[in-house]
Write a protein that binds this ligand. Structure first.
Ligand code: GDP
Length: 173
C-alpha cells in the first residue's frame, strides 16, 4: 500500500440474512462460511484499498440486529462517509427493504454519504432471481447511487464494490 492514507467510516444496512456479514468477512478476510455467526451489536473491522496514489482505509460497522432494533440504526450510520445497502437478489422483499434504507439514509444520513446498493447472492441460479439487474440499475441511477451485483460466496465483485466506493469518497479528508 502506498500514498496518503484516508480513513472513512462505512456501514452496512439491509434486511436480515441478505449477506451483510458475509460480504464484510469476504472483503476483510477473503473467507466465506455457509453459517456465518450472527453479529452481536456492531462488529467493527478495518480494511484498506489501494487507489492510484492514495489508500482508503475503511472502518467497517456491520450493523447486525438493526432489522429488529431499527430505532438504533441512526446511531450506526451517524458520521458514516459511506454505506452499503444490501439486498438478496433472490428475495424481492429484501429489495424493498433496501430501498427504504436508501431513502432513510438520504433523509437522515450525512448529506455527502456515498451510498452503494449491493444485490448480493449473484451466484444463485437465474431461476431463483427475483430482482432484475435493469430494475435495480434504473433505481440506482435515479437516486445517483452505485449499484453492483455481488457474491460473498464466490467473491465476485466484492472487492470492486469497495473500490468503487473508495473512488467516490472525497480526495482530501
Ligand atoms: P446478514 O444477516 O445480512 O449479515 O447475513 P449473513 O452474512 O449472516 O448471511 C445470511 C445467509 O446467506 C448465510 O446462510 C450465508 O451463508 C448466505 N449468504 C451470504 N452471502 C451469500 C452469497 O453471496 N451467496 C449465497 N448463495 N449465499 C450467501
Amino acid at each position: 500500500m502506498s500514498g496518503s492514507v484516508r480513513h472513512f467510516k462505512l456501514v452496512l444496512l439491509g434486511d436480515t440474512a441478505v449477506g451483510k456479514s458475509c460480504l464484510v468477512v469476504r472483503f476483510v478476510r477473503d473467507e466465506f462460511f455457509e453459517f456465518q455467526e450472527p453479529t452481536i451489536g456492531a462488529a467493527f473491522l478495518t480494511q484498506s484499498v489501494q487507489l492510484d496514489s492514495s489508500v482508503v482505509k475503511f472502518e467497517i460497522w456491520d450493523t447486525a440486529g438493526q432489522e429488529r432494533y431499527r430505532s438504533l440504526a441512526p446511531m450506526y450510520y451517524r458520521g458514516a462517509s459511506a454505506a452499503i445497502v444490501v439486498f438478496d437478489l433472490s428475495n424481492k422483499e429484501s429489495y424493498n427493504g433496501a430501498k427504504s434504507w436508501v431513502k432513510e439514509l438520504m433523509r437522515r444520513g450525512d448529506p455527502n454519504v456515498v451510498i452503494a446498493l449491493a444485490g448480493n447472492k449473484a451466484d444463485l441460479p437465474a431461476s431463483q432471481r427475483k430482482v432484475e439487474t435493469e430494475e435495480a440499475q434504473a433505481y440506482a441511477e435515479e437516486n445517483n447511487i452505485l449499484y453492483l451485483e455481488t457474491s460473498a460466496k464466490n467473491a465476485s465483485n466484492v472487492k470492486n464494490l469497495f473500490v468503487e466506493i473508495a473512488k467516490k469518497l472525497p480526495q482530501q479528508a
